[in-house]
Design a protein around this ligand. Structure first.
Ligand SMILES: *[C@@H]1O[C@H](CO)[C@@H](O)[C@H](O)[C@H]1NC(C)=O
Ligand SMILES: *[C@@H]1O[C@H](CO)[C@@H](O)[C@H](O)[C@H]1NC(C)=O
Ligand SMILES: *[C@@H]1O[C@H](CO)[C@@H](O)[C@H](O)[C@H]1NC(C)=O
Length: 290
């Protein structure tokens, strides 16, 4: 019995789906002219309208008589009105937004152009006027061509000023924090380097030459072995592994450093020679005077 029931349901669902599909196809393929809905027939509590085929393929019904209950019709009408209304509202909102955006854009452009030509100095904000909940700030022309306004006043609500000032404070706080953080990190790095240097100075290693670049791992290595009789906290063997590119960079940096050192040396020597020459000349002049 249960099985029969299940089959029955399945058949029902299938038929419903098929009917829906057929209706959909009908709607797509058969286009109808629709008459106005009739008045509500109070006896049957229904309204109806007649659809007459406008265009469509074979199999379209020539006419259809659509009947729905008056309640449903009322609900449908109400829904349609609401929908139209909300659509209109949306359209209006969109239109307004567009207008506002356009206006703002134009204003901004204007202000920008003004600013380019006219420079102003401004006063501090006035105290908040409790009655109007506004603050003002005066701008007076400091630099500008003809056509610049001599002065103007900007008025905003006290709340807005508060928000702006809070925002500015927050921003500057954040900036300060970032600066502090950076400073701290720098300090930490410095200390770490110092420590490492101390460690290095304390622990003396015999260093092997660097290996060739291993192009499967893209690394170069070298082994450093602690010299006899050094501190206890020193690692006995350190295997240094760095990437070939880093090695390359270090080599280049060393070469540059060496070059600069040599240059400095040469400069020093040159200056010393110059000084000597100058001294000699002085001596010669002195002797000649005698
Ligand atoms: C449509 O159906 C309704 C109610 O079934 C009936 O009163 C009306 O006469 C029908 N109209 C047409 C054009 O068939
Ligand atoms: C702005 O200027 C007006 C008129 O000169 C003055 O009364 C007012 O106090 C000024 N406001 C500020 C905030 O300086
Ligand atoms: C590593 O590079 C050298 C020279 O470019 C090449 O002769 C050698 O075959 C490479 N080895 C591997 C494992 O790729």
């Amino acid at each position: 019995m249960k099985n029969v029931f299940v089959i029955f349901v399945v058949v029902l669902v299938a038929t419903a789906a098929a009917k829906k599909g057929w209706k959909l196809r009908q709607r797509q393929q058969c286009k109808y002219d629709k008459s106005a809905w009739s008045d509500c027939d109070t006896k049957t509590n229904t309204v109806n309208r007649v659809l007459t085929l406008k265009s469509g393929k074979e199999g379209c019904q020539q006419t259809q008589n659509q009947t729905i209950t008056c309640d449903r019709f009322d609900r449908l009408q109400a829904w349609k009105i609401k929908k139209a209304e909300s659509r209109r509202e949306l359209q209006e909102k969109k239109h307004h937004r567009k207008e506002r955006q356009q206006e703002m854009k134009e204003n901004k452009q204007l202000v920008k152009e003004q600013l380019k030509r006219c420079r102003y100095e401004h006063s501090d904000w006035s105290e908040c006027d409790q009655a109007t909940n506004t603050v003002t700030r005066n701008f007076t022309l400091s630099e500008g061509e003809q056509g610049c306004e001599q002065s103007h006043t900007i008025t905003i609500t006290c709340d807005k000023l508060n928000r702006i000032q809070a925002w500015k404070a927050k921003k500057s706080d954040r900036k300060q924090n970032r600066i502090d953080e950076k400073l701290q990190m720098k300090q930490e790095r410095k200390e770490k380097r110092k420590l490492e240097k101390e460690q290095r100075l304390k622990c003396k290693y015999d260093k092997e030459d660097w290996s060739e670049c291993d192009n499967t791992t893209n690394t170069v290595t070298r082994v450093m072995t602690l010299r006899d009789g050094e501190e206890e906290e020193c690692e006995p063997i350190i295997n240094v592994i760095i990437s070939c590119s880093k090695f390359e960079r270090i080599q280049q940096w060393k070469a540059r450093k060496m070059e600069r050192k040599n240059e400095k040396k040469e400069n020093k020597m040159f200056i010393r020679e110059q000084k000597n020459m100058w001294k000699e000349n002085k001596k010669i002049v002195k002797e000649q005077r005698r």
